[in-house]
Design a protein around this ligand. Structure first.
Ligand code: FMN
Length: 229
């Protein structure tokens, strides 16, 4: 598949057929992804392939509370977990999380069936390998993740090149301490993502994204828009 096609048509896939994905394919996807860039080429990613049904279920159970909080905040009109949110507004939104848990129990979706996906990867980060250049700023950190998420995106592109689909998820970060304990991760490790992979039930090829001039300007952030519409 041509790179431009892959870059512009790879969706978040959350519905998979029952077809299993063999270990050789997962290993080949990771072979591709290991060439991703990272700050100082420190390659601080660690991957745990989750196979044991009990561990998978435990991870799903740790994922769900964050997911229901996310739904409650979205419904309330918030960007979930934005560091700029008003804490009082957010707390009011999260009070309704139980409603979404009840809906999920009655009508299980991707989150409630996370343990059933063909491939489940837990991506961890060795904090001692991450150049967190924004660590001293008075705001939430973003630069550390930049050494891990290109690797995660490469996993998704590597899967796509093999006819598979997947999604990167971050809700399990909400329960980081318990997730780390579940997989025996040492202190100094962070949860970066849970990645689900499998054969998509349908092939989506049209993605909804903003156009370049909507987010690109010349010389100043309030400068003239750049790019073709
Ligand atoms: C950093 C990041 C975190 C995400 N976390 C979740 C998640 O926790 N659960 C989930 O279902 N999808 C998650 N997603 C998937 C996004 O919802 C998805 O990429 C986005 O909505 C675009 O979907 P599309 O490519 O199908 O248009 C995440 C994606 C990224 C890049």
């Amino acid at each position: 598949m041509e790179l431009t096609v892959a870059l512009t048509t790879t969706p978040a896939t959350r519905a998979f057929t029952d077809r299993p994905v063999d270990d050789a394919t997962v290993a080949a996807i990771l072979e591709d992804a290991r060439f991703a860039p990272s700050g100082g080429n420190r390659q601080g990613w660690r991957v745990v392939v989750l196979k044991d049904p009990k561990v998978r279920q435990a991870l799903r159970d740790l994922y769900l509370p964050g997911w229901y909080d996310y739904l409650a905040m979205t419904t309330h009109g918030l960007t979930p977990f934005a560091s700029t949110n008003d804490p009082v507004d957010e707390a009011a939104a999260v009070e309704r999380a139980g409603d979404f848990a009840a809906l999920g129990a009655a009508n299980p979706g991707f989150a409630e069936q996370l343990d059933q996906v063909p491939v489940l990867l837990l991506v961890l980060a060795d904090l001692s390998s991450l150049a967190t250049v924004d660590r001293d700023l008075d705001r939430v950190g973003i630069s550390g993740g930049a050494s891990i998420y290109p690797f995660v995106w490469s996993i998704l592109l590597g899967a796509r090149s093999r006819g598979l689909g997947g999604v990167m998820t971050t809700m399990a970060v909400r329960a980081e301490a318990k997730v780390l304990k579940l997989v025996g991760a040492p202190a100094g490790t962070a949860v970066a993502a849970v990645v689900a992979l499998g054969e998509p039930t349908e092939q989506v090829t049209r993605l909804r994204r903003s156009e370049v001039p909507d987010f690109t300007t010349i010389d100043r952030m309030d400068g003239e828009a750049f790019g073709i519409r």
